[in-house]
Design a protein around this ligand. Structure first.
Ligand code: GPK
Length: 835
């Protein structure tokens, strides 16, 4: 390609080619130029918003220079690439991350100071990119950071929602959802008006025989919607590699209007068609760990899968390689079952459009895809009704049936006498209406299936996917324990701790090899180090206390024990256990004399998280937390002994303030329900300890950091079924302490008891989540925490050791495991000066 360009053109280009700033002067020049020209502001109306805009645009320019180099270099090298398909990318803010990853935050800070601005204020202007619900979406964001930081040629593919996860407001103690329109100023995306894909829905399938007598299927007469690409640069840490996140936006096929309709007087209809098309990428579905089966959601899934695959196939075809090379050039990872339609879609492209025979095509498909499962809970496993798919995607339904036929024939050959097995593993559930089981389709269409923590990966093999292990053998199923990026979750969220660590480890290499943290073990008994570590924790708690004061008006004492549970509100995550425990503590404090109360360890119980808008029970929990807070925080007898805080609108940027400020964080799901959890990793990495159940990654965290440095309690996963069985046949035994809590609620201590009867009744009637069975152990463990916290030196010893032993939980390790076990891809270094 290079040789075809005339020398004169090259010279002109090279002379003016953008190079990007590296010092304060050049940063200021770039920022001011953007403020004056791109934003049309002057010295006299440059507010913080404009300063943010100018800074972000200056960094965007820099990122895009590296982005261009990276993409060019990847294209020339033509190595295998990874495509990470996820309906959610919970990115949070981009500016701080970009500044740190390219190593120019100090330069920008000095430059902004010259212009009269404080870095923290400028960073605080940015809206979170909140295109996700919780753990699954944030995992995708951490993985993008690691893929770029480790120099893997990788792209993310997602949807460009006009509205991300809703903004949560708490009004009179209740959650109210407010739309999050985040795109009015988003300097981080590049609209690619030239990159469009036409996507078909509905229509019919026509069959004919070609000249060789082969039956050909044509899917036609459908409705067309156009997918438009928006690219978001993903900078690696301390490397020029800048990968791409491509987000698709939907619009009406003819661009603006359907001119025929417009001219024939059907103006309203043509506008309506346009709005209908734009609806596809309008809004993120706000459910976490729940499948609701809405038609528009299926449309989103197909729209995004089809656009992404078209893009991937287009890129592959440019290389003119044989189709059998496809899986050697391309690995596609399915983040949960949401992108499972990519499997029949690739099969359709290969068979219907490219004329490959079924078996050849299918072997390409299976070798291309890998599937990550994120939950064992039945209510979260996706199923789509056959009539719905038939209507929306008639050709895909045929292909899914054909895939199922081949699969069931194979099963029958392997297990000739097991008729039950066939109906159990069929991709088509024989219900009324019939349903397509997306997880089964994902397993059948992938070469590897992984869970996200050891216990979870074992559970999927012994419960929901047991039959598939028999059919395919153990090797198809594997584990990749989740991780987090230490760039955002240590260096960015907790710069002081990162600096302290760097001062002992002789630099910041640990940010790219987190196992180096083990060298901190030598400082666990070092008096000075402990003191510095403790001061940082105190400063971070003060930062959070100030935030709480500003946003809720409640003063909390940074010297108190900060006990934090922030995550989506879900019964299985058991925020109800936490708030019942808080009430139990409050009742105990009320029963004490003032002298006794003074001896108690002061606590601040902090909650945060969103409830899905239709999740009544989760909303009751939020309401109860807020009402308990109102009563406890205004009780003059209690004072600093206990404060109960609900932080409104928990999101990624708030987590960056919250995670460094915990003494204890709560990861207390019913054993066997939380696939991994990732906030558990964030809190320990930032010098806090965990109270947790033997669930998800808590188990591996315990193994790594040592059982003296974590507070585990509660029934084990293997015993849960038995206890539920007892509940059904013998009734629920309500713990005495919990009964007192329920009595207080019923007596109206926290407002009208009707408001909370659903919450208490579900425990009394079924206690599916073992709230009562685990209550006593939970409260006792909190008492043990109070005791342990009193000995600050011993506490510091534990927290420092824990930090030192968290190296395993970096997302970099995850990416290396995926690359080796599932994707078979190699990193590719980008030279500082182009390809
Ligand atoms: C799992 F099934 C789902 C889902 O719909 N949303 C979601 O965030 C989470 N998850 C798990 O609940 C966590 O345990 C896990 O750490 C996270 O996915 C990432 O794997």
């Amino acid at each position: 390609v290079e040789a075809e360009i005339p020398d004169a053109q090259k010279t002109a280009w090279k002379k003016h080619s953008a190079s990007g700033f590296t010092n304060k002067e050049d940063f200021e020049a770039a920022a001011i130029r953007h403020i004056e020209t791109t934003l049309a502001r002057s010295l006299y109306n440059c507010d913080e918003g404009a300063a943010y805009g100018g800074t972000a645009l200056a960094f965007r320019d820099r990122l895009i220079i590296d982005w261009n180099k990276t993409q060019q270099s990847h294209t020339f090298a033509d190595q295998k690439r990874v495509y990470y398909l996820s309906l959610e990318f919970l990115m949070g803010r981009a500016l701080d991350n970009a500044m740190l990853n390219v190593g120019l935050k100090d330069v920008a800070r000095d430059g902004l100071a010259d212009l009269g601005f404080r870095m923290e204020d400028v960073i605080g202007i940015e809206r979170d990119a909140a295109l996700g619900n919780g753990g699954l979406g944030r995992l995708a964001a951490c993985f993008l950071d690691s893929l770029a930081s480790l120099d893997y040629p990788a792209w993310g593919y997602g949807l460009r929602y006009r509205y991300g996860i809703f903004k949560q407001e708490i009004i009179n103690g209740y959650q109210v959802e407010v739309p999050d329109y985040w795109l009015d100023f988003n300097p981080w995306e590049f609209p690619r008006h030239d990159v469009t894909v036409d996507i078909q829905f509905y229509g019919n399938v026509r069959k004919y025989n070609d000249e060789n007598g082969r039956q050909v299927s044509v899917w036609e007469n459908g409705e067309i919607v156009t997918a438009n690409a928006y690219d978001v640069p993903i900078p690696g840490y301390n490397t020029p590699t800048t990968n791409n996140l491509r987000l698709w936006s939907s619009k009406a096929a003819s661009g603006e209007f359907d001119f025929q309709k417009f001219n024939s007087g059907e103006y309203e209809q043509s506008v309506h068609d346009q709005m209908r098309a734009e609806t596809i990428s309008a809004v993120l579905y706000p459910n976490d760990n729940l499948d609701r089966g809405k038609e528009l959601r299926l449309k989103q899934q197909y729209f995004w899968c089809a656009a992404s695959l078209h893009d991937i196939v287009r890129r592959f075809k440019k290389s003119k390689k044989a189709w059998k090379e496809f899986p050697n050039q391309i690995a596609i990872q399915l983040n949960d079952t949401h992108p499972t339609l990519a499997i029949p879609e690739l099969q359709r492209i290969l068979v219907d459009n490219e004329g490959l025979d079924w078996d050849t095509a299918w072997s390409i498909v299976v070798n291309t895809f890998g599937y990550t499962n994120h939950t064992v809970m039945a209510e979260a496993l996706e199923k789509w009704s056959v009539p719905l798919i038939q209507h929306l995607l008639p050709r895909h339904l045929e292909i899914i049936y054909e895939i199922n036929l081949h699969f069931l024939q194979y099963v029958e050959r392997t297990f000739p006498k097991d008729r039950d097995m066939l109906s159990r593993v069929s991709i088509v559930e024989e219900s009324n209406p019939k349903m397509i089981r997306m997880a089964y389709l994902a397993i059948v269409g992938s070469h590897k299936v992984n869970g996200v923590a050891e216990l979870h990966s074992d559970l999927i093999k012994t419960t929901i996917f047991k039959d598939f292990v028999k059919i395919y053998g153990q090797d198809k199923f594997t584990n990749v324990t989740n991780g987090i990026t230490p760039r955002r979750w240590l260096h960015q969220a907790n710069p002081k701790l990162s600096e302290l660590i760097a001062s002992k480890l002789g630099g910041y290499d640990f940010l790219k090899d987190l196992t180096l943290l083990h060298k901190l073990e030598a400082y666990a008994d070092d008096k000075q180090f402990r003191k510095a570590f403790q001061e940082i924790k105190y400063a971070n708690k003060t930062r959070l206390a100030n935030y709480i004061k500003e946003t809720t008006g409640v003063s909390v004492n940074p010297a108190a024990l900060f006990d934090i549970q922030v995550k989506r509100i879900h019964e299985y995550k058991r925020q109800q256990l936490n708030i019942f425990g808080v009430i139990h503590r409050y009742l105990a404090l009320k029963a004490m004399t003032p002298e006794q109360r003074k001896k108690m360890q002061p606590r601040v119980s902090i909650f945060g998280g969103k409830a899905a808008p239709g999740y009544w029970m989760a909303k009751c929990i939020i309401h109860l937390v807020n009402e308990v807070g109102r009563v406890v925080n205004n009780d003059p007898e209690i004072g600093d002994a206990l404060k109960v805080i609900f932080i409104e609108d928990y999101n990624v940027s708030k987590c960056e303030i919250i995670a460094p400020a915990s003494d204890i964080s709560e990861h207390i799901s019913t054993a066997g329900t939380e696939a991994s959890g990732t906030s558990n990793m964030k809190f320990v990495l930032n010098g806090g300890l965990i109270i947790g159940t033997c669930d998800g990654a808590n188990i591996e965290i315990t193994r790594e950091i040592g059982e003296d440095n974590i507070f585990l309690f509660g029934n084990l996963a293997e015993d849960v079924e038995e206890i539920r069985h007892q509940h059904t046949y013998e009734g629920v035994l309500i713990d005495d302490g919990l009964q007192k809590v329920f009595d207080a609620i019923h007596n109206g201590m926290f407002g009208h008891s009707d408001e909370f009867s659903a919450l208490t009744n579900t425990v009394v009637n079924h206690d599916h989540w073992l709230t009562s069975a685990d209550f006593e152990a939970y409260c006792k463990t909190h008492d043990a925490i109070d005791e342990a916290f009193k000995d600050q030196e011993a506490w510091l010893h534990k927290t420092i050791l824990a930090v030192a032993r968290m190296g395993f939980f970096t997302a970099d390790r995850c990416i290396e495991e995926y690359a080796e076990m599932i994707w078979n891809v190699e990193p590719q270094k980008i030279k500082q000066n182009g390809a």
